[in-house]
Design a protein around this ligand. Sequence first.
Ligand code: NAD
Length: 417
Amino acid sequence: MAKESLFEGALRQFNKAADLLKLDGGMREVLSTHKRELTVHFPVKMDDGSVRVFTGYRFQHNITRGPAKGGIRYHPNVSEDEIKTLSFLMTWKCAVAGIPFGGSKGGIKVDPTELSESELERLSRRYFSEISIIVGPTEDVPAPDVNTNGKIMSWFLDTYSMNVGHSTLGIVTGKPLELGGSLGRSEATGRGVSIIANEASKYFLGDEIKGKTVAVQGFGNVGSFTALILEQTYGAKVVAISDITGGYYNPEGINVKEAFDYATANKSLEGYNKAQKITNEELLELDVDVLIPAALERAITAENADKVRAKIIVEAANGPTTPEADEILNSKGIKIVPDFLSNSGGVTVSYFEWVQGLYSYFWDLENVRSALEKIMKGAFKDSVDMLEEQKTDMRTASYMVAINKVATATRLRGIFP
Ligand code: NAD
């Protein structure tokens, strides 16, 4: 049997929710079909005078509720299937959070570490010019993703602005603060995950996360802020953290601020000696209240799902649980808060950045944090209400909330002409 593509796997989860919603055939086809799929092949002049042709993508899945929104990644493994799936998931992420965007994603098949700074700049500017026929501040708003950052967003902004003849702050998010970025963007995904973890603890375990044990896999942008905020703001006992160098476990609780400063100074947790060294596999199998995979996709698979002992999994990374593992965990009674709900804090603050850019009026940090908290709590409550009504799992309930919102918007608009 041919291996299921990423998109087929995502559609399977979508269809489970669509069945429960009794979505009719036409609506199901509209919501599972991409609006626009752009593939571009473009030349870039290399420093040695040679020319190389690269392939890039920008897919827009759905724009019924507002402009499309989604990151751009640079990676040798970027593929049509990956971009198609991630843009599809962005639609549901924006819908479940209730922010007025649809879903998109883009990428270039390239290993950026092989390029010089000036090659990277020419590649970025040419790619952005190529996709400018479908992106724009009211059409589709890109953001950083794997191997892209504020510097590349600045080149995108400049490229677009040069072509239209005026500075356009709303064209991308994830910009540096000096160029219209939002306060609170770098911590946003981790803060959102922490808010959701606390809500999940209250709902599934009957009490705040204060004093409860937590293990966090991955100590990059998302994992480090999640662990730090859970400890400092919510009083959770973070007993294990990890990164590519392995896991660090202390049953008495890790001093996350100290580990955060250590990782910032040393670029990784390698050599952190205030905890016992464990493997990343062992971290996933710890007997904790809450497990937060915040590193990579496919961390929990059919091979290790049976060994997971956490009571709740809050998915912070995109796609950390395979569909097969999902079934095993569900059958064990482990509660899983799905990625597109738990990690929607990032795109929510991106939405705030876009709004601030359009108005050229910028908010203070407290404003950003309180608006984020309100949205995350509301999104969690919507999913829980659906969970209680449908007696299903949390992933399906969240999908149902999201699909319902896009289906309702589609019905209200009607089919043109
Ligand atoms: P990052 O590159 O900053 O951090 C990744 C972390 O994972 C690093 O600490 C790295 O050492 C660790 N890691 C890599 N391989 C590992 C392994 N085999 N075992 C354990 N740890 C490993 O990335 P990030 O921005 O923190 O993103 C993490 C995940 O969250 C990704 O799936 C990303 O798509 C998702 N996500 C990120 C954001 C965001 O705003 N940054 C938003 C939504 C979703």
